[in-house]
Design a protein around this ligand. Structure first.
Ligand code: TXA
Ligand code: MG
Length: 334
């Protein structure tokens, strides 16, 4: 890792730059290396049958924060969690009869299920963006399956491209977009499907949240009824989801340089020495993002109705996603 010097983005650049991105072969040696990197909280791109995914340990706040940083995503939208089989998925989410039926019919394969999150699933809240549902997928690609088995834990993986660019279907595309920003890519050749997985919401009524590799008609045949299409993956509308977005009960005041009387202060950076909690005393964006959901929740409990003041966060890199979330927390609620 290189350190930036004399640069306003130094803190976030220092954690972004991994030096050279390793290109790994999909054999035992390459997969063992890839699994090791995931265990260290590093990012590894890998092939699935749909597109290449940018993988990180879904239980690690830091690894998930790095995914958003590497992609330069302007907001923390929820990510798909990849597991090797349905048994592993059942340890993370609650399966009803519908979920069992579609999982038996289409997993492994290009289908993602959005299901109620088990409270003891152990995922980073950044993966679900604070929702109480989770998107799960069992990929069919042999390299993806081998990596998930070697790693032995859930892997969060959006498509392995910078935000706003097309999804990669070759290791070369991943290198073109993310070289130097991720630890490694496992080269498994071209992706067969080439479009993302279909996302089926099963929190409440069955809903098609994103069209993809499995046709909606095939899901309707399996479930025996038509799918609603009202929800979208960007704006989940299933009951109970929006309310759990970690919007604090307390009023939130942004860009606070000091605490006003009676406030709880959620600080950022070395100047906020007096803060009740500090997202990152060293102004490290990855650390701040990793702490964000935990600290918002803790602040809300500790404030017990008092207003929460939040330090300014620089509007660059991961700071954009952090500020997006803070602005929502501060927005007037109906
Ligand atoms: O084919 C794919 O699915 C690829 C490969 C790499 O597996 N992955 C992928 O992941 O497309 P990602 O993280 O980019 O997909 C995220 C989508 C978003 O549109 C997000 O809103 C939706 O999944 N999603 C995730 N969790 C959700 C939830 N709890 N409720 C509703 N939508 C959710
Ligand atoms: Mg994508």
């Amino acid at each position: 890792m290189r350190k930036g010097t004399g640069n306003p983005n130094a803190a976030s650049r220092a954690t972004t730059e991994c030096g050279v991105t390793q290109e790994l072969t999909p054999d035992a040696t390459g997969l063992a290396r890839a699994a090791d990197l995931l265990r260290q909280g590093q990012l590894v791109a890998f092939p699935t049958e749909t597109v290449y995914g940018l993988g990180g340990d879904a239980r690690s706040d830091t690894a998930v924060a790095r995914i958003f940083e590497a992609k330069d995503r302007p907001r923390f939208n929820p990510l798909i969690v990849h597991v090797p089989d349905t048994a592993a998925a059942r340890r993370i989410a609650l399966f009803d009869d519908r979920a069992e039926r579609v999982a038996a019919a289409f997993w492994p394969g290009p289908l993602t299920l959005v299901l109620p999150l088990r409270p003891d699933a152990g995922l980073s809240p950044l993966v679900t963006a604070g929702l109480d549902s989770v998107a799960l997928r069992v990929p069919a690609h042999p390299v993806a399956r081998a990596l998930l088995t070697a790693f032995g834990g859930p892997v969060a993986a959006p498509s392995a491209n910078p935000s706003g660019r097309v999804s990669p279907t070759r290791a070369r595309h991943v290198i073109d977009g993310l070289s130097g920003r991720i630890a490694a890519v496992v080269d498994g050749g071209a992706c067969a499907v080439g479009v993302e997985s279909t996302i089926l919401g099963l929190v409440g009524g069955a809903a098609l949240l994103r069209p993809g590799g499995i046709p909606a008609e095939a899901l309707e045949d399996c479930l025996g009824h038509p799918l609603a299409t009202g929800g979208s993956a960007e704006r989940p509308n299933a009951p109970g989801q929006l309310a759990s977005h970690y919007a604090p009960a307390s009023a939130v005041r942004l860009n606070a340089l000091a605490r006003q009387q009676g406030e709880f202060w959620l600080g950022f950076g070395p100047d906020a020495t007096d803060a009740d909690l500090n997202l990152s005393p060293s102004a490290d964006m990855v650390e701040a993002a990793a702490n964000l959901f935990h600290y918002l929740r803790q602040a809300d409990t500790a404030a017990s109705g008092r207003p929460i003041a939040v330090s300014p966060i620089p509007e660059h890199g991961l700071g954009r996603a952090i500020n997006d979330r803070l602005r929502r927390a501060a927005a007037p609620r109906p």
